[in-house]
Write a protein that binds this ligand. Structure first.
Ligand code: PLP
Length: 224
């Protein structure tokens, strides 16, 4: 098997599991977007997945993404790139230039910086607000109690169209509880997008309405 064959096999395994989970939840498989999380992998390791036909990728660092995606994009111009890791406001310009979506909007300063850069570049990104559903001190995201006010700020003050909410459940807790919570919160706020679910729990996330699953190791293998 070539590298591309291996990538195709892994992708279709994950896509098959997505389709099965969607079917079980009486949803269309096409209502779930698969973001292939390529963080830590070099361009040469990402290439087979591109050659296998996948076009939607996630990275967690602006600097790292900047090092590999511009060249890959020359070869595959229809790539869609999602920033799934924390963003510093001094990186907002580069992030807006490079990415098509940001899943980690979690404070006014970042929202404002991204809004300003989108205007400046005449570019619209899909923006997700990260919610720290487990209220973990080391984790990014707006606290659940502050989510409604922050969404209102983004919408009313900054005139941002918010695509949805994102969460990363605590490692030692049942993910489904957090997915259910995020889904309810998004519904309350009138937001359609739900970015939740990783390699270990994307099927559970789909059962709770995930529209975007962020899957790394199940596609690319373990990260060193
Ligand atoms: C790394 C990462 C993922 C993918 O994790 P896997 O367990 O490898 O699927 C998803 N979301 C975020 C925010 C990540 O940083």
């Amino acid at each position: 098997m070539t590298e591309t064959d291996i990538a195709r096999t892994r992708l279709s395994e994950v896509e098959g599991r997505i389709a099965a989970a969607a079917g079980a939840a009486k949803r269309e498989a096409s209502s779930v977007r698969l973001i292939a999380v390529s963080k830590t992998f070099e361009a040469s390791a990402i290439l087979p997945t591109l050659q296998a036909g996948h076009r939607c990728f996630g990275e967690n660092r602006v600097q790292e993404a900047k090092g590999k995606w511009p060249a890959l994009r020359q070869q595959f111009p229809d790539v869609e790139l999602h920033l799934i890791g924390p963003l510093q406001s001094n990186k907002a310009r580069e992030a807006v230039e490079l990415f098509d979506a940001i899943h980690s909007i979690d404070r006014p300063k970042i929202a404002k910086a991204v809004a300003d850069e989108m205007v400046r570049l005449g570019k619209r990104l899909d923006l997700f607000i990260q919610v720290n559903t487990g209220e973990e001190s080391q984790k990014a995201g707006v606290l659940p109690k502050d989510a409604a006010q922050f969404v209102a700020y983004c919408r009313d003050e900054l005139k941002l169209a918010i695509a949805g909410l994102m969460c990363i459940p605590p490692q030692d807790e049942e993910a489904g509880v957090h997915f259910a919570f995020l889904s309810q919160l998004a519904g309350d706020l009138g937001l359609a997008g739900l970015s939740m679910g990783m390699s270990a729990d994307f099927e559970t996330a789909i059962a709770f309405g995930a529209t975007h699953v962020r899957v790394g190791s199940a596609i690319f293998g373990h990260r060193s």
